[in-house]
Design a protein around this ligand. Structure first.
Ligand code: SF4
Length: 233
């Protein structure tokens, strides 16, 4: 790979991401609580699966507080089809909501706006079940802070594009990935990857012929493996 190739690939990714968002208008951010719920589900169901499950939950419960006080098995049932991880994720959502609504009742969510990104990240990661990637979702998608959520799939795509040295979700890889983009482009890059690439870039059975990044991805870093579904159990 030539010295300039990572930079060129990042520029191509940025161009595709900007084009993808063209004409969409401003995106309304989800509230911090909505985003936390969505992200906890997306960690197991993927972005498209999470959107569907959040809709089911919003139909089943008046608000997140009702979900919080409901039994985990009721929440899991409301999530729809039988998923082996539904009970676990239902309990995670209840734990996070309980922490926010009861234990930290004196922390107004609006105060995030007065925090630096580092302070907001520390607060979010102090909540149960909230890892760096989920906190990154909230920072970028709810609070508009310049952070690239670094989920397993994000890390994998950046590695396969040759932009990071390996596919771990560690902070140094996240920083290396962010370094390729202007802060204002991070939202477009994240949305593009979530909507157009994540469902294709499986760890072992990536669907490269269908992928919009196939021209830019390093052929040597692609998997050669067997087929495997998106959801983990
Ligand atoms: S071309 Fe294949 S390996 Fe590369 S990002 Fe797309 S799905 Fe992943």
């Amino acid at each position: 790979m030539s010295k300039n190739q990572p930079r060129e690939r990042a520029e191509q990714l940025a161009a595709l991401a900007a084009k993808h968002l063209e004409g969409r208008g401003e995106r309304a951010p989800l509230s911090v609580v909505d985003q936390l719920v969505y992200s906890l589900i997306a960690r197991r169901a993927g972005p498209a699966g999470a959107a569907k499950i959040v809709r089911l939950l919003q139909e089943a419960f008046v608000d997140w507080n009702e979900l919080r006080v409901s039994a985990a098995h009721q929440v899991a049932r409301a999530m729809g089809d039988d998923r082996p991880w539904a009970l676990e994720v239902a309990q995670q959502m209840k734990d996070v909501l309980t922490e926010l609504f009861c234990v930290r009742h004196n922390v107004a969510l609006g105060t995030f706006k007065e925090m630096t990104p580092a302070q907001a990240r520390n607060f979010l990661q102090s909540l149960p079940h909230v890892d760096r990637a989920v906190a990154g979702d909230v920072l970028l998608l709810s609070l508009g802070m310049p952070s690239l959520p670094f989920h397993e799939t994000t890390a994998r795509v950046f590695f396969r594009l040759g932009l990071t040295p390996d596919d771990r979700t560690i902070q140094s890889n996240q920083r290396a990935a962010e370094h390729f983009f202007e802060p204002g482009l991070l939202l477009a890059v994240h949305l593009y990857l979530s909507e157009c690439v994540f469902d294709l870039c499986d760890a072992e059975a990536a669907k490269c012929p269908e992928c919009p990044l196939k021209e830019h991805c390093d052929p040597h870093l692609r998997p050669s493996g067997r087929k495997k579904g998106h959801e983990t159990s």
